[in-house]
Design a protein around this ligand. Structure first.
Ligand code: GLA
Length: 755
């Protein structure tokens, strides 16, 4: 028995060791003691300048959160440190020094001892005169800043005090340094060699064949890298090795080698791919673990099934568009009985259109039929003041295309929303984010730029597919991406949007920060009220999405300015740090959530994302993505995927098409989950549903597999309940008092407890 314990201990130790990130080389940490000043003066780059009167700042967090609310423009950070030459002795690959500065929103120039060494993430190798050209790059805020200098570069003062000065420029929204790490260190093997797992997705063939293509890249411009590459795949729950391969690779400078591995593993069984490279000369190893996606959502049956929202709000006289979302073997025939006068359903595609004149409630019976059978369900139509009675579900261009969005990409995304089948699970909005605007013409009408030659045509096309269209603007003169905003043109813009056929407006504070730099609560509401009135005059139901990153606890007043949803946070990124800190802090907004009034913790970062033309697969592990969808569904959050829909991989599609999970998000009661239990290791959240049952999410915040316990007293549940696993869509029998579920590292389980 003792042996078994020791053995289990060793296995657990190995498992936990394999989850840890590689040790960082010895480094000078730069995460405290920075000096800071807003403004701009070239003298601030100089080591001789006296910054004693400057304030201090934490570089890990944007300046807005440290007393510089709404500040846009130039600001400088300065840090002084001794750089010892002994750093060089701790590493065999000691030819270069790196200065790593987290991320910088929006743009930066970095000076070492008065000399420019880098701009917007790119090292400057030769002496260069600083110019202001760097501030034109507004799309670099999400890049890691890593400036690498040869160790004999005269800009480094070995064994003396060095001054790192960072000149930042922020156009709008969040500003300054943030993220991690902040350090000065010698480059190690990790800086010379990289694995690229993110360019392609895992490929599943049948139920058990998994293929992964990846590449090993030599990043150095001068050195050849030779060594052994070991690739192993191991099942997580039992440690069984399902694949192993060793090969020698020899990589000339700046070259990469493509690798492809294929092995058998049941698609629902969690496993990890371990890849390591042992460099022959230094005998140093770099390794990376990749969680292999596991597929949980069962296939939709061939028999018809009706999905999507069970309740739909519309204003009197507004154009009505509701698509009955349904799966099943095609062709499907759609019917709706008891449709109120003014509405009609298209039997071929399930699109209900028309308009309703009078306020009131109607219950319509929907039927979907195919050769295999039929499904029936009620749809409640509420004609009143409030729209978006369930959180919007759709796509937004920002997290993949950034400012490079175009008419073509939007049409292709709409086509893919349909052809991928997402539309059959209730996904319906196609939202154009920043980057479509040109200028207001002499009549004050907003003109789209050359990438959008025909807005009404584009909207008509998206509608013809049974989808809806969204657009983006700012109450300020400029959007966050530097494009034309709506300031002074609110009424005209709202009419233009309605004329084009727009169904959703994301209204992003951005440069309004220059108009109201330190806004009072009233000043915060003012521009949103203005657009509210403009939209209400437009006679079209336009979902009004406020985006001002949660300022002034927007969830306490978003409904007052008629917002249908409001961003509660800054921009999300595809990292666990970002996802977990945003997701698990949403409890404070729970009481404000109601049908038509949704807290918005930002978009889904799954699939191929990238904020610009170059895309990568999300850096979230599959388990983290299950957490993302589970938590966002419990939070009744708008679900807007931000990935390239044309390149949806099997895992992402499976993740986005679990109708039982989505039904929690779309539950007509519209009550947001509350945090039931929080420890350092796990959290439990629970949401009341319309039928009296409870949806419960169990979240593992650690990097090891964990049994998450739930005390049903915390849920105010007495007696026995039936429990159903929503991801697997299987019944788990009855529970009483207490239950616990094994949960993957950073992963989630989601159940419904019903009587
Ligand atoms: C802000 C918003 C993002 C996106 C960009 C566009 O950062 O928070 O979601 O809309 O602006 O510039």
């Amino acid at each position: 028995m003792k042996k078994l314990f020791i053995l289990t201990g060793i296995v657990l130790l190995l498992l936990s060791v394999s989850c840890n990130r590689p040790n960082e080389a010895d480094a000078v940490k730069l995460d405290t003691n920075w000096k800071f000043k807003t403004g701009d003066d070239p003298a601030w780059a100089s080591p001789g300048f006296d910054d004693a009167s400057w304030g201090t700042i934490d570089p890990k967090t944007i300046w807005e959160e440290q007393g510089y609310k709404g500040y846009n423009g130039f600001a400088w950070y300065r840090f002084k440190t001794l750089v010892r030459s002994s750093l060089k002795d701790q590493n065999n690959m000691n030819d270069s020094l790196k200065i790593v500065l987290g991320k910088i929103d929006d743009c930066d120039q970095v000076f070492l001892n008065g000399e420019l060494i880098g701009e917007n993430g790119k090292t400057i190798y030769t002496k260069a005169l600083p110019s202001d050209g760097f501030i034109r790059a507004q799309d670099k805020w999400n890049l890691e800043r890593r400036y690498i200098l040869a160790s004999n570069d005269p800009r480094i003062y070995w064994d003396r005090e060095n001054l790192v000065a960072v000149r930042c420029f922020d156009q709008g929204g969040a500003g300054g340094m943030f993220g991690k790490p902040f350090e000065i260190a010698m480059t190690g093997l990790r800086d010379h060699l990289n694995f690229d797992f993110a360019s392609t997705a895992f490929i599943f063939s049948g139920d058990s064949l998994v293929t992964k293509n990846f590449s090993v890249i030599n990043l150095t411009g001068t050195e050849r890298l030779k060594g052994e590459l070991i690739v192993e795949a191991v099942q997580c729950d039992n440690g069984i090795r399902i694949y192993s391969n060793r090969s020698i690779i020899d990589l000339p400078p700046h070259q990469k080698v493509e690798k492809s591995v294929t092995f058998r593993n049941k698609s629902a069984v969690p496993a990890t791919l371990h890849v390591s490279f042992k460099e022959a000369m230094t005998r140093k190893t770099v390794s990376e673990d990749v969680e292999i996606p596991y597929i949980l959502t069962p296939k939709s049956p061939a028999e018809p099934r009706i999905n999507g929202a069970k309740i739909f709000g519309v204003r009197p006289w507004s154009p009505f568009q509701y698509k009955v979302a349904a799966t099943g073997q095609p062709p499907l025939k759609y019917r709706a009985t008891d449709l109120p006068e003014g509405l009609a359903i298209n039997a071929e595609n399930g699109l209900i259109t028309g308009s309703l004149k009078k306020k009131g409630e109607y219950v319509v019976r929907l039927t979907v039929e195919n050769q295999r059978g039929y499904a029936e369900r009620d749809l409640k139509i509420v004609v009143g003041d409030v729209i978006s009675l369930t959180p919007p579900m759709g796509w937004n261009s920002w997290n993949c295309w950034g400012l490079s969005v175009s008419d073509k990409k939007v049409r292709q995304s709409a086509d893919a929303m349909k052809s991928s089948g997402l539309i059959d699970h209730g996904w319906s909005y196609i939202n154009i984010d920043d980057g479509w605007e040109d200028t207001h013409d002499k009549n004050g009408s907003i003109l789209p730029n050359y990438k959008f030659p025909n807005m009404p045509g584009l909207c008509g096309y998206v509608h013809s597919l049974g989808l809806k269209v969204g657009i983006y603007s700012s109450p300020g003169p400029r959007t966050c991406g530097g494009y034309e905003g709506s300031y002074g043109f609110e009424a005209k813009d709202a009419m233009t949007y309605a004329g084009w056929g727009i169904d959703y407006l994301k209204y992003d504070w951005c440069s309004y920060g220059n108009i109201a730099p330190d806004p009072t609560p009233e000043q915060m509401k003012k521009p949103y009220k203005e657009m509210k009135h403009a939209l209400r005059k437009a006679n079209r139901d336009i979902h009004y999405s406020l985006c001002q990153y949660g300022m002034g606890d927007v969830w306490t007043w978003g409904a007052e300015v008629d917002g249908n949803s409001w961003r509660t946070t800054g921009d999300i990124e595809d990292t666990w740090q970002s996802l977990s800190s945003i997701g698990f802090s949403q409890g404070k907004c729970s009481p404000s959530s109601a049908p038509g009034r949704w807290n918005d913790p930002d978009m889904l970062v799954v699939g191929l994302v990238g904020w610009g033309p170059a895309l990568h697969h999300t850096r979230l592990t599959p388990s983290e993505q299950y957490t993302h969808l589970t938590l966002w569904s419990l939070l009744a959050a708008p679900l807007l995927v931000g990935c390239d829909l044309e390149q949806l991989d099997a895992f992402t599609l499976n993740l986005l098409t679990n109708d039982e999970v989505l039904a929690v998000n779309q539950d007509p009661l519209g009550r947001q989950a509350v945090q039931i239990r929080k420890t350092d290791d796990y959290e439990v959240w629970s949401r009341d549903l319309e039928d009296g049952s409870k949806a419960v999410g169990l979240f593992n915040k650690t990097e090891r597999s964990l049994c998450v316990p739930v005390d049903m007293k915390d849920l105010h549940v007495d007696g026995k309940r039936s429990m159903r696993d929503l991801w697997a869509q299987t019944d788990l029998g009855k529970v009483r008092g207490h239950f616990e579920m094994r949960t993957r590292p950073h992963g989630a389980r989601m159940v419904i407890l019903s009587k």
